[in-house]
Design a protein around this ligand. Sequence first.
Ligand SMILES: Nc1ncnc2c1ncn2[C@@H]1O[C@H](COP(=O)(O)OP(=O)(O)OP(=O)(O)O)[C@@H](O)[C@H]1O
Ligand SMILES: [Mg+2]
Length: 448
Amino acid sequence: MSLLQRLNEKNLSTALTQDGNPVTSKREIVRPKESELKLSLQSHLIAELKKNPNLSDDGQRELIEVESMKFLNDKNDRLTYEGKVELIRTVSNELIGYGPITSLLNDPEVSEIMVNGPFQIYIEKNGKLLLSDQYFRDDEHVLQVIEKIVSPLGRRIDESSPMVDARLPDGSRVNAIIPPLSLVGPAITIRKFPQNRLQIDDLIRFGSLSDEMAKFLEACVKARLNIFISGGTGSGKTSLLNVLSSFIPADERIVTIEDAAELQLLQDHIVSLETRPPNIEGKGAISIRDLVRNSLRMRPDRIVIGEVRSGEALDMLQAMNTGHDGSLATGHSNSPREMLSRLETMVLMAGMDLPIRAIREQMAGAIDLIIQQSRLKDGSRKVVNITEVIGMEGDTIVLQDLFSFRQTGTGENGKIIGKHVSAGIRPYCSEKLEQYGFELPADWFNGE
Ligand SMILES: Nc1ncnc2c1ncn2[C@@H]1O[C@H](COP(=O)(O)OP(=O)(O)OP(=O)(O)O)[C@@H](O)[C@H]1O
Ligand SMILES: [Mg+2]
């Protein structure tokens, strides 16, 4: 079996078609022939748009609609009215939108779009992976859309730089990778920018965490604990970071540091910093680490780091240990314990020759709480652990789970049934919380 076939098989195993049936075979790919009518309409519109070069997006859309209807009525084609509207929509998406993914971008229920070469576009809707009914004409068509996304940002994609990160004007995060690196043709992955980031009430309503856990976390943020959110790709780390940051009191100065600004905080006093990729000559990159260091000179009350993945871990731990408590960050890992060992590796990436024990002591001293976020098999996202970092015992960092998610069964359509339980241990941090006026009810920690 070729690598290409294997990749496709892998994609198929977990995906559903739009009707909710499992995808069992790669769709018969019949490259649709462009109709004469569509092509002539397209060139007519391109000519019209050239005559009016200064139109806004809305102006262009209006021109396209008016001109197309006129054009199609003149042609006296057998197309029905609905057919015409559909054709105009497609052509207009080609000309001023992002081709076949435009309608998916506009669909508020779609949260993620994954283009695996021209003929396969998967979407995520309500936590489920679905095969959409959209497709591109060919590789070239996908490349055109990638160009359209990246060129306004001064970035490029071609054989010499075949991967690129970018953002759409609405803030959606885009990654594109093309052949020869991608074997399925040009691939695009888009994480759509949520219209409204989830709020704590949404997370409670979805069963992502319990009411007590939410109140506990709110108290922990207000009492300036250093909190690390750990989770896999797309598990909901950024969403949870946004919720936790919203608990920061309004009179504190917040500096946020991200690769692509995704946080939506409502407080007034915020400075948002964003990294910068290198320019065409490979120079001028500003990393998360540079920004973390700079932020320390900005008199922050709180530092919020979108994702820690390299040497900045050292600067972050040092900041947390030297008076910048109440900091929040996320990292990529599958359990609190694994998060610690990944942080250890990241600190080593900073290039300082620190002994492992010293690194562990820094971590144990700096981090108070690790929250593990997971995307479960049924597509739901949950906090599966809230774990406290207690200290060191010999060479080992001691952790203590306060809350966890316990699965009790599986319901219809593979839905995971379970509940959040407390470990029955009074938190080590309760003293600190009490100093800030938070009395934790004893029954939160009575074991169930
Ligand atoms: N608790 C939740 N319940 C349901 N959906 C959620 C929840 N948290 C996040 N989501 C949705 O899951 C998607 C991924 O969320 P988010 O961007 O927060 O994940 P992430 O872990 O930061 O991803 P990445 O690793 O790509 O940065 C978004 O569409 C978001 O709206
Ligand atoms: Mg994220």
